[in-house]
Design a protein around this ligand. Sequence first.
Ligand SMILES: NC(=O)c1ccc[n+]([C@@H]2O[C@H](COP(=O)([O-])OP(=O)(O)OC[C@H]3O[C@@H](n4cnc5c(N)ncnc54)[C@H](O)[C@@H]3O)[C@@H](O)[C@H]2O)c1
Ligand SMILES: N[C@@H](CCO)C(=O)O
Ligand code: NA
Length: 448
Amino acid sequence: MSKSIKLAILGLGTVGTGVVNLINDNLDELKRRSGRDIVITEVGVRRQRDDIDPNIMQTSDLMATAASDNVDIVIELIGGTTLARDVIMHAIKNGKHVVTANKALLAEHGNEIFAFAEQHNVHVAYEAAVAGGIPIIKVMREGLAANKIDWLAGIINGTGNFIMTEMRDKGRPFADVLNEAQALGYAEADPTFDVEGIDAAHKLALLASIAFGIPLQFDKVYCEGITGITLQDVNYAEELGYRIKHLGFAVRRAGNGSGDDSAGIELRVHPTLIPQNALLANVNGVKNAVLVNSHPLGQTLYCGDGAGAGATASAVMADVMDLVRVLGCKDADQQNSNGHHVPHLAFIPEKLSDTPILRAEQMISGYYLRVHAYDSPGVLADITRILSDAGINIDAILQKPAHKLGQVPVIILTLPVVEAQMNLAIEKIEKLDTITDKVVRIRLDELT
Ligand SMILES: NC(=O)c1ccc[n+]([C@@H]2O[C@H](COP(=O)([O-])OP(=O)(O)OC[C@H]3O[C@@H](n4cnc5c(N)ncnc54)[C@H](O)[C@@H]3O)[C@@H](O)[C@H]2O)c1
Ligand SMILES: N[C@@H](CCO)C(=O)O
Ligand code: NA
C-alpha cells in the first residue's frame, strides 16, 4: 500500500469526537475504499486529554498543526469565524487540504477562503457544513452538474426541525426541547443561530452558490426563525391541510421580461406552510431534506440526519476520502491537483455570475394571514376588498367563532403575491377600526 494519509483533527467536541469514532469503527472499510492507510497524527485540543491514543500528538497550538509536515489534511472542527479562519488560511498557505463543517465561516468568508485555496492549489471541502450527513454538496456539484437548477427548498436546520416536531407532536415547551437538542449535540454553540434562522441562512448561502454559480452572499439572505411560531398557527394550518416547516428557499426568477428589476434570485429562510401531503412536510425530528427542481431532471429529494456526531462525521470523512484521491493524483502529477477536483462553488471561478439577489419586497410567495377582528357585520368584506384591490387572490378563508370580547380570528390563505403588495394590503387591514391586533403572516408554498 502507498504512503499513508495523515490527518489533523482540530477540535474534539461533538463532531471531532464523532470523526475519531468513525475512523476507529470503519478503518478497514476506509482502507479498502481508498487504498490508503488513514491515520490521525495530530489533534488540536484546549488541554491534554488522557483518553487519546498515545501515538497521536495532542496540541493547543493549532497554527503549528496547520503547517506541520506530519499532516496532509487539516480537519477544522472548532467552529467560529476568527481562529478557525486564521487556521484554515494558514493551512492553505502551507499547502494543506482542508475539511471543515463550519458553515458560519464559509458563508461569511468563503469567497476569500476558496480564492486563496485555488491560488495555492489545494481544496477546502465542506460537505458537513450543509445538511449534516446528507451528501447534498456532492449531489449538487456533481450529480446534478448537467442540469440547470431553477429552485431548491430545504429543511436545513436539524435543531429547529427537532424543536418544531416535538412541539407539534407532543406539545412540549420550546425551551425544554431546545435543551434536549443541545444535549444531543445538534445545536450550535450559540443556539440562537439555530432558532433565529441564521444557521439555515448560512447553509442556504452555500446551497444557492453551488446551485446558480453565484458568489456567496450571506448578507443578502432574508432570514426569519421559528421563535414567533405559536401552537395556535400550527393548529390552524393543520386544519387547512398544511404543516408549518422552517425552510430555506433559493429561487431563480426570470422577471417579466420588460427590463424592470424583477429578475434575479430569491434567498430566504422562514417558517412556511406547505401541504401536509408534501414529502417535506413529513420530514421530522433532526432530519433535514432538500428538494431540488432542475432541468431536465425535474424534482429530486435528498433526506437524512442533518446534525449530530455520527451524521456529521460521515460527511467529514466523505470529504477526506475525496481528498485522498486528489492527493493520489498529486503524487502522480505534481503539476496541478485542482484539475482533478470539482470547483469549490461548482462553477469555475471566472464564470460565477453577478445575477442580482432580490430584495425582500420583490420576493413572491403565498401567505397565511391571521387577522383578529371585532365580530361585526362587514368586517370580512372589508378585509377581502382590501386584498382584491391589491390584486391578491384568496385561496381559502377560515373564520373561527368569537373567542374573547367578541373578537374573531380570521385565517386567510392567498395565492402567490409580490411581498410589496402584501405589505401595503396588511398596512390597510391594520388601519381598519374593526381590527384589534397586528396581522400575523406566515409564507405559504405549494412546492410545485
Ligand atoms: N454538531 C453538529 O451536529 C454539527 C453539524 C454540522 C456542522 N457542525 C459544525 O461543526 C463545528 C463543530 O461543532 P461541534 O458541534 O462539534 O461543536 P463543539 O462545541 O461540540 O466542539 C468544538 C470543540 O472545539 C474545541 N475548541 C474550540 N476552540 C479551540 C481551540 N482554540 N483549541 C482547541 N480546541 C478548541 C472546543 O473545546 C470543543 O471541544 C462547528 O463549526 C459547527 O457549526 C456541527
Ligand atoms: N446546529 C445545526 C448543526 C448541523 O449543521 C443544526 O441543528 O442543523
Ligand atoms: Na452534507
